[in-house]
Design a protein around this ligand. Structure first.
Ligand code: HEC
Ligand code: HEC
Length: 266
């Protein structure tokens, strides 16, 4: 009887949820990831009593893409400090990662060459630095982030990330060859199957951000850009309802990276 009862209530519950129309929250100009009010608080808002892990992950998402993370419109044009010879333009040049890299090493890291090369320094030297000083530098030249773009509270989070949230990625990724340094694959499998798989599927192919010709799954991304994926695992992907492993630390993230780099790529 109990089984019947819970099945029945579950069916009712699904019907109820499906019958409700949840108002979508305005999502800048980009409606690819419309979500309901409750999700919006998790994605763009802040808890009343933020833990350090939450602050550092939130700061990491601002570093990745503050426009998506904070649901702000992109500024007009290319960032004035983006070098004329650079191959990128427009919105992406306002992202911290575009000038300083996923490995935080700027010109000394993976962006030493290729389509993201700028010649700009990394931010590793600012690790351990004064957070108020870092925040002030982000308001000033050459950065020029206004409070309309990133508020004071939000700027404090990205400054905390710069000062205390950077991970030495060379422990997990060979930065010369851009390949994964294998960690504990069984621990990575355990974490992936019990957390990430809820959305990405057991084989990592439930979500695809590529196109018909070249799909992009977690497996694809982990092999192509492991430095980027370490950021996503530790901080989550900005603008979507995704978990992150910041509270568990970089070693867990490295193990997950190891495992997902063995998942199907196409
Ligand atoms: C368009 C390119 C560009 C973008 C985007 C950019 N920066 Fe910078 N950043 C620079 C340049 C250029 C310098 C070097 C400034 C100098 O030489 O004084 C710098 C310096 C820094 C430094 C000082 C590093 C050190 O060791 O002294 C930090 C920290 C920093 N940026 C953080 C950020 C953060 C956080 C963001 C995003 C909110 C960001 N930057 C976005 C170009 C950029
Ligand atoms: C609650 C759902 C959810 C969970 C759990 C989740 N993700 Fe995601 N993840 C997403 C969504 C949604 C996207 C955006 C997909 C897209 O762009 O189409 C995403 C994107 C990504 C991306 C791609 C970012 C890019 O470059 O575009 C990676 C990598 C990723 N997730 C890895 C993970 C890993 C590893 C875990 C477990 C630690 C995880 N995710 C857990 C929902 C989730």
């Amino acid at each position: 009887m109990r089984v019947f009862y819970s099945l029945k209530s579950c069916v009712l519950c699904v019907g109820l949820v499906a019958g409700l129309s949840v108002p979508a929250v305005a999502d800048g100009d980009d409606h690819d990831y419309d979500h309901d009010d409750m999700a919006a608080v998790f994605i763009h808002g802040a808890p009343s009593h933020p833990s350090d892990a939450w602050v550092l992950a939130a700061g990491g998402r601002i570093y990745d893409n503050w426009m998506e993370a904070l649901d702000r419109d992109a500024p007009e044009g290319t960032h004035p400090a983006y070098p004329a010879g650079g191959k990128q333009s427009g919105e992406t040049t306002w992202r911290c990662k575009e000038c300083h890299g996923w490995d935080y090493l700027g010109v000394e890291g993976i962006y030493r060459e290729g389509s993201h090369h700028t010649g700009i320094m990394g931010i590793r030297g600012a690790s351990g630095g004064d957070e108020a000083g870092i925040a002030a530098a982000l308001r000033a030249e050459p950065h020029g982030y206004t409070p309309q773009m990133i508020s004071d509270d939000e700027l404090a989070r990205v400054a905390a990330f710069v000062a205390r949230g950077q991970v030495d990625l060379s422990a997990y990724i060979n930065l010369e060859t851009r390949t994964v340094i294998p960690g504990d694959i069984d621990r990575g499998r355990a974490v992936f199957q019990t957390t990430c798989a809820a959305c990405h599927g057991f084989d990592g192919r439930n979500l695809d951000w590529g196109d018909a010709d070249s799909p992009a799954y977690v497996g694809t991304e982990a092999v192509a850009a492991p430095d980027e994926v370490m950021n996503k695992i530790l901080n989550a992907h900005p603008g979507v309802e995704m978990i992150n492993l910041r509270a568990f630390g970089a070693d867990f993230a490295g193990d997950v990276l190891t495992y997902i780099s063995t998942l199907p790529q196409d």
